[in-house]
Design a protein around this ligand. Structure first.
Ligand SMILES: Nc1ncnc2c1ncn2[C@@H]1O[C@H](COP(=O)(O)OP(=O)(O)OP(=O)(O)O)[C@@H](O)[C@H]1O
Ligand SMILES: Nc1ncnc2c1ncn2[C@@H]1O[C@H](COP(=O)(O)OP(=O)(O)OP(=O)(O)O)[C@@H](O)[C@H]1O
Ligand SMILES: [Mg+2]
Ligand SMILES: [Mg+2]
Lengths: 227, 227
């Protein structure tokens, strides 16, 4: 489902070149559950953004579901992102002027789901993340961990086939983290593919395979036999 | 140094009242190192914002260094915040159009420190958080954990007597977290007072005292004997 070869991503800052990704080779198959770990600044979010079609590489190829992503125009990319991919951002990226419920319904609008069904589905997934009583709050009226859970709910609400979660439990206490991971495992059992960035070993243990990044390269890629 | 009695904080959202803090009684003494833990939404950031003079309670009293904070005007409050308190925000709150170095120098401008000394001090603390090679990046050109470290550097740069850190390691891998905690412990050994919110037990173990919040109240307040 994800086939990445020799992927690089370089940034120019002033006269300095930052090599965020220095040649990534990676295959992820349908229904796999992969965790990505590595030090701060090692390239995890950069890789996730490219996988999620939010960013383009400097060099290398990315084939998603048999299609070369670099050959697609912006409209097709946007459609793939909205229908096929659920993204939990490290910085949440909620719409500040909209309520929790609006934010979670957004992917369903793209999917052409009618209004009452949107309200039902969004309310359901918000119950699942423990935020039924925060539906009408705006993001500024929520705690950090509550915003993170809205971002998770929004990523899961239209049951996308590929879930990309960038540190989805970074702001959560251990009890709430366990609830979020149980949701993610449920989605996995339905056949979806999960790629999850985390710096917490306990969270990574939920995955079947753990990939480690170091300075923009994969330093290890190991099956998790502890599950 | 911090004397809080019967503190409440209520929000109105639509026709609902959210009771974020429901009567907090808390004393923190000079040079104490306190960790605050509790579930997502239990009131930790709300309490930190009141302690940091960024927000006012609905009811109750807050006496900081012998002064009733509710009696102070905005200018005096701003001065206290800038000179006496270093705040690491859960959402970092960096100035997006400014470089890393500018962001970290900001408290030194308020303190009236001359330009070259500002550059020296800010560069020094950025070295200490491992970001010497990111001085000219803007926040959008940094990883999540790098932004978090800039927020930590900014809070520590003018050696404030009270450090309030709201989940300072939430986006950091374990090695980088240990480096940040060592910095915070160094500051503590100089005589400063530290209040740190975390949901990670390993991080809380660095503190001398662990306070737990639950639904806007203190559920336990215990000396940490494992240090
Ligand atoms: N401006 C606001 N208006 C309404 N409710 C609010 C507002 N700010 C916070 N709240 C509510 O107050 C409660 C406490 O929020 P707070 O941010 O203090 O929690 P927290 O303990 O820091 O949580 P987390 O661990 O998720 O960061 C939450 O339930 C939140 O929804
Ligand atoms: N727009 C940009 N311009 C320049 N450099 C960038 C930009 N975005 C990211 N970087 C750099 O690329 C490197 C990788 O960033 P990335 O966000 O992928 O790291 P990460 O592994 O997600 O880190 P963290 O665990 O801290 O979130 C970092 O060193 C960062 O400074
Ligand atoms: Mg990241
Ligand atoms: Mg908080």
């Amino acid at each position: 489902i994800i086939d990445i070869k020799q992927l690089t991503k370089f940034y120019e800052v002033g006269n300095q070149t930052v090599k965020a990704l220095r040649g990534i080779n990676l295959e992820i198959h349908k229904n796999e559950f992969v965790a990505i770990m590595g030090p701060s600044g090692s390239g995890k979010s950069t890789l996730m953004n490219i996988i999620g079609c939010l960013d383009t590489p400097t060099n290398g190829t990315y084939i998603l579901n048999g299609t070369d992503v670099s050959k697609l125009n912006d409209n097709t990319l946007a459609e793939i992102r909205n229908k096929e991919i659920g993204f939990v951002f490290q910085t949440f990226n909620l719409l500040p002027k909209n309520t929790t419920l609006d934010n979670v319904m957004l992917p369903l609008i793209y999917a052409g789901i009618p209004k009452q069904e949107r309200i039902n589905k969004a309310t359901e997934v918000l119950k699942n993340v423990g935020l039924a009583d925060r539906i009408n709050h705006k993001p500024s009226e929520l705690s950090g961990g509550q915003r993170q859970r809205v971002a998770v709910a929004r990523a899961l609400v239209n049951n996308p086939s590929l879930i990309l979660a960038d540190e989805p439990t970074g702001n959560l206490d251990s009890v709430t983290s366990i609830e979020i991971m149980r949701l993610i495992e449920e989605i996995h059992e339905k056949g979806n593919t999960i790629v999850l960035v985390t710096h917490e070993p306990d969270i990574a243990q939920h995955a079947e395979r753990i990939i480690r990044l170091l300075d923009g390269k994969i330093s290890s890629d190991i099956k998790n036999n502890n599950r």
